[in-house]
Design a protein around this ligand. Structure first.
Ligand SMILES: C[S@@+](CC[C@H](N)C(=O)[O-])C[C@H]1O[C@@H](n2cnc3c(N)ncnc32)[C@H](O)[C@@H]1O
Length: 281
């Protein structure tokens, strides 16, 4: 299944709404599995790539008000609250929101509020309050959303004028739904050399297809692939400029159920992290 040429399904409202409802059911069905796998501090992606890149790009100040969109089990929300922020975490999965609440320790409860909200519904996000947030974070979720335009438009309005929007996504160039991980073995004058590489047979064309998120999970979920230019064009159309970009990779071995896990590819980033700021006026 493919979406329109802009890389967003926003103008195919029927598709977008139906896909979002189906996505919501899928995420609810596997939220408990994900929560257990992610645990308190998250998996290797969260601990080594997503979390640190988000913190560097956010440069959080004490007492700032942050919206964590698609918060999952609240791993980033808890971390930001522990760093001194007041956090609202929202997710369209009721099960994830319950899990996030249950994982929040007493000492952080005054600083974190969770709610069920669909990030493809601009009105639900605007209802949180225009000009209320110093920052919006959305980690590893743009590619799970049928449309990101409503979130971006709402984010511009709920942010303060100096607010920033930090996002992390699976890297659209190297870790997109079409990528293949390769390992080749060769004999170089008696020396066995193993080379790990990524093959990317498709990139530019926006696609919608199901794929796995974690080994052993109950069911695959939808991925809405957008090229880098399509992703950033949506941000620019909503009135943002990009002023920070990171491409974190694993520089250490990681434990994984996958033989060809990302720990073998230290020179190829599986994650792209960006910081947006409101363009003027
Ligand atoms: C890969 S998980 C990432 C969770 C969390 N941000 C993290 O980094 O651990 C994707 C999350 O996006 C949420 N999600 C997907 N589409 C959404 C939508 N339209 N509105 C709100 N949440 C959504 C899912 O329920 C899930 O929690």
């Amino acid at each position: 299944m493919t979406s329109n040429a802009t890389g967003d399904t926003a103008d195919v409202a029927r598709d977008s709404t139906a896909l979002t409802r189906e996505s919501q059911a899928i995420w609810n069905a596997k939220a408990a599995f994900w929560d257990e796998r992610m645990g308190e501090e998250g998996n290797a992606f969260q601990r080594l790539l997503v979390g640190p890149a988000t913190e560097r790009l956010l440069t959080l100040r004490q007492g700032e008000v942050v919206l964590d969109v698609a918060c999952g089990n609240g791993v980033m929300a808890r971390r930001l609250a522990a760093l001194g922020a007041h956090v609202i975490g929202c997710d369209f999965s009721e099960v994830f929101v319950e899990r996030a609440r249950a994982r929040t320790p007493v000492e952080l409860r005054e600083r974190i509020e969770y709610m069920v909200a669909d990030a493809t519904d601009e009105g639900q996000l605007l209802a949180l309050g225009e000009g209320r947030f110093d920052a919006v974070v959305c980690n590893m979720a743009f590619m799970d959303m049928a449309t990101i335009e409503p979130l971006l438009r709402a984010a511009r309005r709920i942010l303060t004028p100096a607010g920033r929007f930090v996002f992390c996504v699976t890297h659209p160039c190297f870790n997109n739904p079409a990528h293949r991980k390769l390992a080749t073995e060769e004999d170089r004058a008696g020396q066995i050399v193993v080379t790990y590489s990524i093959q990317v047979p498709a990139y530019l064309r926006p696609t919608v297809e199901k794929g796995g998120g974690m080994p052993g999970e109950p069911a695959p979920h939808y991925y809405f692939h957008r090229s880098l230019s399509a992703l950033l064009a949506a941000c620019f159309r909503a009135g943002f400029v990009l002023d920070g970009l990171e491409e974190p990779s694993f520089v250490e071995t990681i434990t994984s159920d996958l033989a060809l896990n990302w720990g073998h590819y230290p020179d190829i980033p599986p994650v792209l992290a960006g910081r947006l700021r409101r363009s003027e006026p």
